[in-house]
Design a protein around this ligand. Sequence first.
Ligand code: PLP
Length: 227
Amino acid sequence: MSIASNLQEIQDRIRLAARAAGRDPAAVRLVAVSKTRPTADVMEACRAGQSVFGENYVQELVAKAADVPETVEWHFIGHLQSNKVKQLAGLIAMIHSVDRLSLAEEISRQWGRLGRCCDILVQVNLSGETTKSGTTETEALQLVRDISALPYVRIRGLMTMPAFFDDPEAARPFFSELRRLSGRIESEGIPGVEMRELSMGMSGDFEAAIQEGATLVRVGTSIFGAR
Ligand SMILES: *Cc1c(COP(=O)(O)O)cnc(C)c1O
């Protein structure tokens, strides 16, 4: 299967899942996760009409971004160290994986130097594993409040990555929990905070995530093949 036909199939499945859930398919955006894949694969996906790409590693993203058209929208989705934020400033459209205030402060500092705002999502670890990135459900609201005071960061929503991503039904409760949490935070009416995005769902479970309200699905393997 080619990248173009895989993309076509994923887009079809996104449309079907959205319609089945009574949602507008246009409200779900596909983030093509291109980590570890060569730039040629990104270009092939671009030619097939894909414009949003997700990467996990700073070095890799910076290298690829230099080689592809500027119309590509990069999203950073992996664990991010504060000392690498500087390299991403101005290069990417969104960071999905903000899970601590110190990281958000550095993002605000680096984007501020450019006089621009960075759109971010707060990553929440709902399955409670200590090894995973993400703030806890109980700390999420306070973290959102603290980040909302920073001048060059805009909170656009939440992201999660459940442990059971190969079993859609096992992941589903975490997706619905993220949506509930998003609603609770929204109802606080914190100035500058928008809960418009829910980044959830990967190759094995994006349809369940869409049924539970995902607006950004992060799909790698089903587009580019096994890593
Ligand atoms: C790798 C990765 C994905 C994509 O996973 P697939 O199973 O290959 O679709 C999505 N989100 C994050 C945070 C990832 O690291």
